[in-house]
Design a protein around this ligand. Structure first.
Ligand code: CTP
Ligand code: CA
Length: 227
């Protein structure tokens, strides 16, 4: 019956999703960036919206259309992404899919750095804020369900399990990157979902099916927690 299996189980929920890379300026024409198409994050935003959530999608620079029913906030840097996320709270759900640059240069050059006889510039890097860890920190604004993603090249499950705990995330979606896995820019993704109680490995699926499964799982977790 309709009350038990509503078509829009996330009606009334606000979901915050980060997606894409961040770009950290070196000078007016150069950046430090990560590889990320934004496809997986955009697919998750779309899937949550289909289930009735109000979705805020905070996106780094990508070339993707905004999914229907999603409110998009475009940012460039990690610090802008963090500010946009904090401004979007409160939210019941936070899904951090963005490939945030871990470092930025300590001070951006005001003008274009020129090649000259002194040789290549030495860049001094400083660490960016951790958006996932910030959102997951205990407090009145903490979303009920905070979910991270991790792409790892080796020791996938060990690294992912440690990362879930270190960042304070409820769930972590782990995927293996490396030759042929096609995570970056590809259309399929083979992921393992890690929660406090166990792991669940999904077969390689199109990114929008990964998104659909994750959104369904979010809906059932929240309905369990709320009922
Ligand atoms: N993340 C974030 N802000 C950062 C870095 C990462 O929100 N400054 C989020 C990502 O969106 C992802 C999760 O944290 O959901 C894991 O990112 P990852 O780069 O794997 O974690 P790091 O702690 O940066 O570890 P690593 O040294 O492996 O890069
Ligand atoms: Ca990182």
């Amino acid at each position: 019956e309709g009350m038990l299996f509503p078509e829009r189980p996330l009606e009334g929920c606000h979901a915050l999703v980060t997606a894409g890379p961040t770009h950290e300026p070196i000078d007016p024409v150069r950046v430090i960036a990560n590889r990320s198409s934004g496809k997986q994050g955009f697919a998750i935003a779309a899937a949550l919206a289909r289930l009735g959530a109000r979705v805020t999608l905070v996106s780094g620079p990508v070339s993707l259309a905004t999914p229907p029913g999603v409110a998009r906030v475009d940012v460039e840097t990690a610090r802008e992404m963090l500010d946009a996320c904090l401004a979007a709270l409160p939210a019941e759900i936070a899904v951090c899919v963005a490939a945030v640059a871990d470092w930025r240069v300590e001070s951006e050059a005001a003008g274009k750095i020129k090649k000259d006889a002194d040789g290549p510039p030495v860049l001094r890097l400083v660490e960016n804020p951790d958006i996932l860890a910030t959102l997951a920190r205990p407090g009145p604004q903490r979303p009920r369900l905070v979910i991270g993603f991790a792409a790892e090249t080796d020791h996938l499950l060990e690294h992912a399990a440690a990362k879930r705990v270190r960042k304070g995330a409820d769930w972590l979606v782990a995927n293996s990157v490396g030759a042929g896995s096609g995570v970056f820019g590809g259309d399929t993704n083979a992921v393992t979902l890690l929660t406090a109680t166990g792991t669940d490995s999904w077969p390689a699926l199109p990114k929008d099916e990964v998104a659909g499964r994750l959104a369904a799982r979010i809906a059932s977790a929240l309905s369990g927690a709320l009922s």
